[in-house]
Design a protein around this ligand. Structure first.
Ligand code: GLV
Length: 322
């Protein structure tokens, strides 16, 4: 039985977000507490009926959360949760898919523009007080996006909006999704991942906006990178694991693709010894694609919707995962 409102305790677990303050401002009367480090999280997990969490989650919390019956993910991706174990313990899980769709799609578009306009190089030159001269070599010069082809892997809420933004720049947009019957949205066409390799040679940009699933793990591998043109760029705002990172490092080192903009990497934070840090054609943002000042409020809207469904005894959650 899901506890009634007056007996419910929510634990907000996030290193930085102001989840509890935003929740308290709504004056719901629901009891909650906030944790910001792993030790306190583990110690206080037994008090929580509901946990609102993303990166701080570890599956060791499943046995610790003795009262736990619902997890509201703060993130869109839920790859860190052991869904089999959660289902066995009858702990429900809902994602926050959609809360950062505007932010991530805008981030992806910014990365595409930054690569085309060579903004990272401009910033590097600024730090060195260098006013770069004009360039004869067309392959090295800033470029425009009109007529360029963008492949979007994952045409969900984020990829779908990226398609809209890219169309505003007159790009050709080819989308890939698990079920093309889900629609092409603003993209010019939509295909399954099985057809990806056929389209890679046309790409000027390949953007990963997909979750990490068995199907998307290392979807950009050595073979995919070899199929991309030398002049093309990879943009990853999905998950690091969607790319075979060593193969990417080799492709970049051998200039088999023109560059990459990465908002996520296999290990996060990216280890200081990773060669990616020092590569001239790599632009890294520290998994900030989803950051927005609206984040807390957007998640709490989904949390409250799901709490209301649980109190009404409904079996289907909003953004249900388990
Ligand atoms: C961010 O990466 C998320 O999954 O929301």
């Amino acid at each position: 039985m899901f506890p009634p409102k007056n007996a419910l305790t929510i634990c907000f677990a996030h290193v930085a977000y102001q989840m509890k303050a935003t929740f308290d401002a709504l004056d719901t009367g629901i009891h909650s507490f906030e944790v910001r480090d792993r030790e306190t999280f583990d110690r206080r997990a037994p008090e929580a009926d509901v946990i609102v969490v993303s990166g701080m989650w570890h599956n060791g919390l499943i046995p610790l959360g003795t009262k736990l019956s619902f997890i509201q993910s703060i993130g869109s991706g839920t790859d860190q949760f052991d869904k089999v174990q959660l289902a066995a313990r009858q702990i429900r899980l809902a994602s926050a898919a959609g809360v950062n769709a505007r932010a991530v799609s805008e981030h992806a578009m910014s990365l595409i523009l930054a690569l085309a306009r060579r903004l990272p190089e401009g910033r590097d030159n600024q730090a060195r007080r260098v006013w770069r001269g004009m360039i004869s070599d067309l392959a090295q010069r800033e470029d425009e996006l009109t007529g360029k082809t963008l492949l979007i892997i994952g045409l969900g809420r984020i990829g779908g909006r990226l398609a809209q933004l890219a169309k505003a720049f007159d790009m050709n947009v080819i989308g890939f999704r698990r079920d093309p019957a889900g629609g092409q949205g603003a993209a010019d066409s939509v295909h399954t991942l099985a057809d990806l390799h056929q389209f890679l040679p046309q790409a000027d940009f390949v953007a990963l906006t997909c979750p990490l699933t068995p199907e998307t793990r290392e979807v950009i591998n050595a073979r995919a990178l070899a199929a991309m043109p030398r002049s093309s760029y990879l943009v990853n705002v999905g998950r690091g694991g969607c790319v075979a990172e060593q193969a990417l490092i080799e492709a970049l080192a051998q200039e088999r693709i023109a560059g990459a903009a990465l908002d996520c990497t296999v290990d996060e934070p990216l280890p200081t010894e990773s060669p990616l840090w020092g590569m001239p054609h790599v632009f890294i943002t520290p998994h900030t694609g989803g950051e927005t000042r609206k984040y807390e409020g957007n998640v709490i809207e989904i949390l409250l919707e799901n709490l209301n469904r649980l109190w009404r005894g409904e079996t289907t959650l909003f953004n249900q995962v388990v």
